[in-house]
Design a protein around this ligand. Structure first.
Ligand code: ZN
Length: 432
């Protein structure tokens, strides 16, 4: 592995460790963007007409863009998209419960989690809490970076069917309730815990959006550190790549186009939310970048007509223990470059022109590409690509980096692929 590739993998690891929830991911992306000269704007604020680098954040969703000097209001967008959310366990609104002398917290499964992977792990808590202040409600980020929760699985001695009846079966209501303390269940106990963590009065905690995360943290693994092992690689892997590519071109952006990144929340539950890809959020930000520069609705529609979007979301590497689950003529290797995802039924938005746009970028960056298609009769996941393509009529190519154990609390990807993806995305933003 080259030093650059290794440094990029270590930088990805920092990004992953800084981002235990979507809100932390956008905070970390914003920190990196502002360090690269982007100014933060408020979604409800007045936006400047001047060229420059800007970022707007709402919860777990972020949009960042660069308007180069001399760009017309109808200049097209070159847009990179990814998502900040990952399957996890989310704390219920009235979580305090317990049995057998143990205090527990009710959780709800978020997204298509491999729920077995959350057993027997030391779990922390992260997300946002709305607290009452004398100036009205205020949203605070919270990260409890200590092993406060654990979901012990049942001993094999007490689960004879597991050996005879096809393995572990889990009921999300009964078997996924984390233990967090001793004693009888105490209504309001969790709220008081949050108040103490945030150093506010117990009645100041109003509401929360909190998820669990694995405290093991991201790290290089493998005999020669060929891999990155972590939670939330899908899709913080590509969130990191898109933000890194935009920061890398910030000093010398391509003329005549608006280079941009969108990171969405709520992809894992179908993108249907106020800040999700299926809603109005992205279109509104794109349009405002045009209106702020003195353009009108027609300039915005002209800009969209010339735009291209790369939707970057982690894809499936061929699993050595289950190679029969993959399309045999489309083997996907770790550390062999980005995957272009294709689907005859448009589960991925890639078509020949957008595919060509990405291929030329990869060629310019001297990055190899691989191809994903479903095996006959298999319908794998989808992503933000077709949703953005349909919602805004922006031609889109779906790409991603190869991953194993997607949607596990701990996923695996190649340590070299991050640098390859960033190089291709950077070239896409600065076409030759
Ligand atoms: Zn994803």
């Amino acid at each position: 592995m080259t030093t650059t590739a290794r440094d990029t993998a270590l930088d990805l690891i920092d990004f992953l460790n800084a981002s235990p929830s979507p809100y932390h991911a956008t905070a970390e992306a914003r920190r990196r963007l502002t360090a690269a000269g982007f100014s933060e704007l408020a979604a409800a604020g007045d936006w400047p007409s001047a060229p420059g680098r800007y970022v707007v954040v709402e919860g777990g969703t972020l949009f960042a863009w660069i308007v180069p000097d001399g760009a017309a209001p109808h200049a097209p967008f070159r847009l990179l998209g990814a998502h900040t959310d990952s399957p996890t366990l989310r704390i219920k609104p009235q979580p305090d419960t317990g049995r057998a002398g143990l205090r527990q917290l009710g959780v709800e499964v978020y997204g298509g989690a491999l729920i077995n992977s959350w057993l027997d792990r030391d779990l922390g808590l992260a997300g946002r809490v709305v607290v009452r202040t004398s100036d009205g409600p205020r949203t605070r980020l919270l990260r409890v970076d200590r092993p406060v929760l654990v979901i012990p699985q049942l001993a094999i001695h007490l689960n004879a069917e597991m050996r005879t009846d096809g393995g572990l079966k889990l009921d999300a209501q009964h078997h996924l309730v984390p233990i967090w303390s001793m004693g009888p269940a105490e209504p309001g106990g969790f709220s008081r815990f949050l108040a103490a963590e945030l150093d506010v009065a117990p009645d100041a905690v109003l509401t929360h959006d909190l998820v669990t995360y694995d405290l093991t943290g991201a790290r290089l693994t493998g005999a020669d550190e060929e891999f990155v092992s972590s939670g939330r690689l899908d899709d913080l892997g590509c969130s990191h790549a898109t933000v890194s590519a935009l920061c890398a071109v910030a000093g010398e952006p391509a003329p005549g186009q608006v280079s941009a990144v969108v990171l969405f929340d709520n992809e894992e539950i179908g993108s249907q939310s106020a800040t999700g890809a299926r809603g109005a959020w992205l279109g509104r930000q794109l349009e405002r970048t045009v209106l702020a520069r003195g353009g009108g609705r027609d300039d915005f529609l002209r800009a969209l007509a010339g735009s291209v979007h790369v939707s970057a979301d982690m894809g499936h590497a061929t699993h050595p223990n289950y190679s029969d689950k993959h399309e045999p003529e489309h083997h996907i290797a770790l550390n062999a470059g980005p995957i272009v995802k294709m689907s005859a039924n448009v589960l991925y938005a890639t078509d020949a022109p957008t595919h060509a746009a990405f291929l030329l970028a990869a060629e310019q960056a001297k990055v190899p590409v691989q191809y994903f298609v479903n095996r006959g009769q298999v319908r794998s996941g989808s992503t933000i690509g077709p949703i953005v393509a349909a919602g805004l009529a922006i031609p889109t190519v779906d790409v991603g980096n190869p991953t194993l154990a997607m949607h596990s609390a701990r996923e695996l990807c190649g340590a070299e692929d991050s640098a390859l993806m960033i190089a291709a995305l950077k070239a896409f933003l600065t076409p030759a």
